[in-house]
Structures are given as C-alpha cells and as structure tokens.
Design a protein around this ligand. Structure first.
Ligand code: 6R9
Length: 654
C-alpha cells in the first residue's frame, strides 16, 4: 500500500451500521462476544460441541502444557469427512446441493450431499486400496474440479494427511513439496482449463518424479483436459478406473482430535517454503464457527461462493471444510474471471442466485478498472453478504464493491487471517458490527489480538505496531512439517517471554480511536502479490540458480492492480555480459522464475545493475531498492558500505 494512503485510512469516518432487517435475521448475536469474554476456552468447547459431531466426546478443551504446540479437544475423537458429509445426509439433508460446479469451458456438474458422500466413500476405498492409511501423506495437484474436494475429503476420511499444491506451481515447486512431505500418492489430472486453454498438470507430476528417488508409489489421474499424457505403467492409474469401480460403502472411523489433517506450504522469509501443519478437531471447529457467523450462513437458503483456488488456505477453510461442515450449498468455479467474457463471474452469480460472495481485493480492483458497465449487465440482486480476504482492501475498492456489486446495501466483511491461523481471526460480524471501509475491524469472539511496539509493550489506540495473537486458538498451526525449531523461531521467538507465548504474525497494524484494527501489510520479507504470498528470498534463489546471474535482490513494489508486484535487481556474471542484450536477458530471467516457481512469481520488472546496495555487514538494503522500484526519492543511505551505489542504480533507471 502506498504510504500516503495510510493516513487517509486512519481517518476513515464513514460507518455503515447493519440494516435493522439484516440484524433481525442474522445468525450471530452480541452474546457471542460476552460468552467468549467470560471464558474463552469454554466458549470454544461449546462451539466444538454445538457445531461438530464427536465419535468420542472430549473432556479437556485446551492443553497448552506443550506450548507453543497446542492441543485442543485432545481426548475427543471425530472423523472430519463424516462431519462434512454423512451427518448431513443422516439428518435428512441428503438432497441438498453441496456443490454446483462450473467448468471454465462450460461443463457443469452438481453434487447433492448424498452424492458427494457416496463419491467420497468410493474415493476413500480406492485410495485405501493403494495402501494409504492414517498419517500417510498424499499430494493433490488438481484444478478446481469436484474431484479436488472429493480427494481432500477422502484422504481426510482415512485419517491420512493431504498436501494440496496449487496447480499454477511449477514441476520444481511440486517436487520440493512432495519430497518434503514424503508423499506416498499423488492425485492429479491430465490437465485443467484456464484462460480458454487446457494447461497440463500430469506432465508436471512426471517432471517432479523424474529423478526416480521419490517416495511416491502411485499417481492417480483424473481425466479433465483430455490432453495427451505420458504413462508409467504400474505407477500411474486413472481415477475413473480405480474410483468409479470402488465400493460405495465406507464406514468413517473416528481419529483423535489432534490427528494431522493437512500440510499446506507457504512462503516465509527464507527461500524454502514452510509446510504449515493443521490438525482436525480445533481446525474444523474454528472454520465452521467463522464460516457460519462471519458470513451469516443460513444453510437452507444461502448459495455461497468463495472464488479461491483449493490450493490456497482460503480454499481449504472456506471452500472445503467450513462450508461443508456447515451443510452449505456452494458454487465451485474452475477458471479465470474473464473467460470467455469479462462478465463471467457475474454471470455465475446470476445463474446460481449466489447470496454470499467471498473474494480478494485484487480481483475487485481489476473489475473496478474494467468498469461498472460489465457487472451492470447481470442480475446480482441475490447477493446479501460480501467478503474480502488476502490483503488490505483500500476504501475506494471497498465502496465500489458495496455499491456496484452489493447494490449499496450488502455488508462487507474484511477478513484478516493467514495460512498459519487456519481460520478467520479478525473480521466484522455483519449483523452486529458497524462496518468501516479499509479496516478488518475486530477480533472474532474467542480470539485475543494485541498490537505491540518493537519493545513488546502494548500500544494503546490510536497507535501502530506489530500484530500478535496473545492466546492460543483452535485452528492455529501445530508446527512446520519436519522443522520444530523453525516453528518456534519464526512465530514465537520475537515476543514470548517468561512462559507467556505470543504469536507474531508478521503484519503491521494500527488501532484507530474506535478500537478498529487497520492492517498495514507485512513487516518481513514476504510480499503479497494479488493476495498470494511470495518470499523475496525464494525468488532471489530462483534467479541466482540461472547460470547468467551473479547476484539478485527482490522487492515488493506497490502496484495498483496487484497490491504489490515483484521487482528484481540482478547483477549478471562478467563472463555472461555479452551473451545477451539486456532485453533478452530480462525476458529469459522472467521465464526462468516462472519455470522455477510458477507464473505468479514472474517479476513485473527486472533491472540489470552492476552493484547492489549493501550495509557494511553485507546485508542488502531492500528498503532503498523499494524506493527505486516505487519511483520515490531514495531514503537514508548512511549505513551503506558504499553510498555511491544508489546514485549509480537510480541514474541507470532514469
Ligand atoms: C488468508 C490468507 C496471509 C497474509 C497476512 C496478511 C495478508 C490476509 C488480509 C490481509 C489485510 C486482510 N492478509 N488477509 N491483510 N487485510 N483482510 O490470505 O492467507 O496466503 O497465508 O496470507 O495476507 O499480510 O499475513 P495467506
């Protein structure tokens, strides 16, 4: 966010109270805050009992004796997939639609809860027959098709652990995730539809497994793109051969509440992505609670649509687990917002009568740019709640979203949370809170957030500082896969002391005079590009893995459309300098990053420079490069080893 807009954010005085009709029909009531304030842990225990079915009820809600690894509801047993499926059928809701799927190419499919339950039972039988059982890891690399949801739930049903890898990640990224988790099985598709074309997925899996040292025994392939694929006999199996022929009977077994549910990799401050580990009972409790209360879900009548890909945490918590645990009817869409025409999303809302819509600010900004005449061609009158996630939403975009998409009346919930927090942590509740553009506003009931100064003392409103979560919460991460030290170091070392553990989120935040929280972006070397997290170090290491490159520095520069954009400064090796023109080198390096990590990491700009600004201890001063990338006057250079470097760099860019 450009720094000059922060001031205006902190003086936002427009407020939008809930309409009396909305408040009267809303699921949540203010007593939630009172109950949570009276006893936070008991409050969560009540939610766990009310929202979920337990095979064995728990007797202890929270065990924090192994801090910072929490155990929630640890002596209880449940089956996550049973909670998302079978119990709704048993309660008489088998005919209710669980998924309305819309393929980008126009294919559609609908699954009732009874049909989805049957499909998951078949998939669980097929996957178990491949030797997958409790604790085994399964990598899932699929487009947004019903089989992605089915595969996740089938793995969960067996007590196994899924690691979903976003389909836009490269073969290299997939390989490192498969290897880190030691996956036994990969579930993929031949290809998927994106921007009017089939993109291959199975090829990338073949590439990831090519060195032959992988732990993967089988690859289960869904036919979706009908593109040609290579086949390794004995290893590769078609989903339609294995799953469609499997038995539709499968008894869900209860697993302990702390049984691992999934690993999801996310970018951190170093080059190596972190495998964030989530478990079962606490995670499902918080995602079900927040999905119900933050979106004011009425499962009998609402049609919910979250546009996230299942490969991100938003897809896990608010496409798969939250909505299905709550018995919601939802839309699942495979493709991009503007294929085959720029009104595709609005057409989908009109077609299915979507009532609750959850998307990212970057999408809203791109629609703003395209103009209100596009959504105006569709009937959006079914919409009654709008959500935002992934990055701060600027007040202009907030107002546009409410006016143009929400008919000037729909409440907007700006939800702050992270892969690590598992579920929503800060958000308005639409029937209760007076909404304020540009602010995520208040912790949800049962969550304790503080804003601390650099020295760890609490800052009082109105003031700015660093965001911490001060008490354990049910859907918190339980660790970084295979790296307990990095877990403590990354999240808990900064502000914890004397046995009091505080989770450091990596975000800066400000509390305004009403006590509302305004998020100010990351304070570490993590960028947020279109709501996706990317690490500067990861892209730098991709760049230096190219034989042309001697050294690289990457910064996130403010970008109107994507929030931040990747800008790289690269030094070419002396003996490579004459091999390419500057334009060629830039094009080759952009393609190299896309191939190493994925197209989302492709730099917007690459500047070829002869030196990088460094401190005397050799640390690259990214702050100065960011000034250059954002076209600002260069800041304080006194700690540079050689202060003339910045003059050389900025002269070069003029
Ligand atoms: C859910 C998700 C987490 C980071 C987080 C923060 C940013 C997410 C936000 C927001 C301001 C919001 N972020 N939601 N910033 N307002 N409503 O996005 O998870 O991909 O792990 O990213 O995204 O910087 O730390 P993840």
């Amino acid at each position: 966010m450009p720094s000059n807009s922060i001031d205006s954010l902190l003086h936002e005085d427009r407020q939008f109270p809930p309409s009396p009709e909305f408040a009267a029909n809303s699921i949540a009531d203010p007593s939630l805050y009172e109950r949570a304030a009276a006893s936070r842990v008991e409050f969560w225990a009540d939610q766990a009992r009310e929202l979920l079915d337990w095979e064995t009820p728990f007797t202890t809600a929270l065990d924090w004796s192994g801090a910072p690894v929490a155990k929630w509801f640890a002596d209880g047993r449940l089956n996550v997939a049973y909670n998302c499926l079978d119990r709704h059928v048993l309660a008489g809701h088998g005919e209710r639609i669980a998924l309305h799927w819309e393929g980008e190419n126009g294919d559609t499919a609908s699954y009732s809860y009874a049909e989805l339950t049957r499909a998951v039972k078949q998939a669980a039988n097929a996957i178990a027959a491949l030797g997958v059982g409790q604790g085994d890891r399964v990598a899932i690399y699929l487009p947004v098709i019903p089989e992605a949801v089915i595969a996740m739930l089938a793995v969960a049903r067996l007590g196994a652990v899924h690691s979903v890898v976003f389909g836009g990640f490269s073969s290299e990224s997939l390989r490192s995730r498969i290897d880190d988790a030691g996956a036994k099985l990969v579930i993929t598709a031949d290809g998927g539809w994106r921007k009017g074309k089939v993109f291959p997925l199975k090829d990338a899996v073949d590439g990831a497994l090519a060195n032959g040292t992988s732990t993967v025994e089988h690859v289960l392939v869904v036919r979706r793109g009908h593109n040609e694929v290579q086949w390794t006999v004995g290893r590769d199996l078609w989903w339609h051969d294995e799953v469609a022929t499997a038995s539709t009977e499968h008894e869900a077994e209860g697993f302990e509440a702390e049984n691992p549910l999934f690993i999801l990799y996310t970018s951190g401050t170093t080059g190596k992505p972190k495998g964030i580990l989530h478990t079962s009972g606490g995670y499902l409790t918080q995602v079900a609670f927040t999905h119900r209360n933050v979106f004011d879900l009425h499962p009998e009548t609402d049609v919910y649509w979250c546009t996230a890909d299942v490969g991100w945490i938003t897809g896990h918590s608010y496409v798969v687990y939250g909505p299905l645990a709550n018995g919601a009817t939802q839309v699942l869409y495979e493709g991009t917002p503007d294929t085959p025409h720029p009104g595709r999303w609005w057409e989908i809302i009109q077609k299915y009568g979507v009532t609750i819509f959850y998307t990212a600010p970057t999408a809203i900004r791109s629609f703003m740019k395209a103009g209100r005449q596009i959504p105006a061609q569709f009937d959006l009158s079914s919409l009654r709640v709008l959500g935002s996630v992934g990055e701060p939403i600027n007040p202009e975009a907030w107002i546009w979203y409410r006016d143009v998409i929400g008919a000037g009346t729909a409440p907007i919930v700006d939800t702050w949370w992270q892969t690590e927090t598992g579920g929503i942590m800060i958000s308005a509740l639409p029937g209760i809170t007076n909404l304020k553009p540009g602010s995520a506003q208040v912790p949800i009931p049962g969550i304790k957030i503080d804003i601390l100064g650099e020295d760890g003392t609490r800052v009082d409103p109105p003031a700015g500082g660093l965001l911490v979560v001060s008490e354990p919460w049910p859907s918190m991460l339980r660790g970084i896969w295979g790296d307990p030290e990095r877990f403590v170091e990354t999240y808990w070392s900064r502000f914890s002391k004397d046995g009091v553990w505080k989770y450091f989120a990596g975000d800066g935040a400000h509390v305004d005079s009403d006590g509302d929280i305004v998020l100010l972006g990351r304070v570490d070397d993590v960028m947020n590009v279109s709501g996706h997290r990317l690490s500067t170090a990861e892209i730098e290491s991709a760049l230096v893995s190219n034989p042309m490159v001697a050294e690289a520095a990457v910064v996130g520069a403010a970008d109107e459309a994507t929030g931040q954009a990747v800008v790289a400064f690269v030094i070419i090796k002396t003996n490579q300098k004459d091999a390419h023109t500057t334009d060629e080198a830039v094009a080759l390096l952009k393609a190299h990053v896309a191939q190493q990590i994925g197209a989302i990491a492709r730099p917007r700009q690459i500047f070829i420079v002869s030196e990088l600004p460094k401190t005397r201890s050799g640390k690259i001063m990214r702050r100065l490069l960011q000034d250059v990338a954002e076209g600002r006057e260069i800041g304080d250079t006194t700690t540079l080893a050689d202060s003339s470097v910045m003059t050389v760099i900025s002269d070069k860019l003029k």
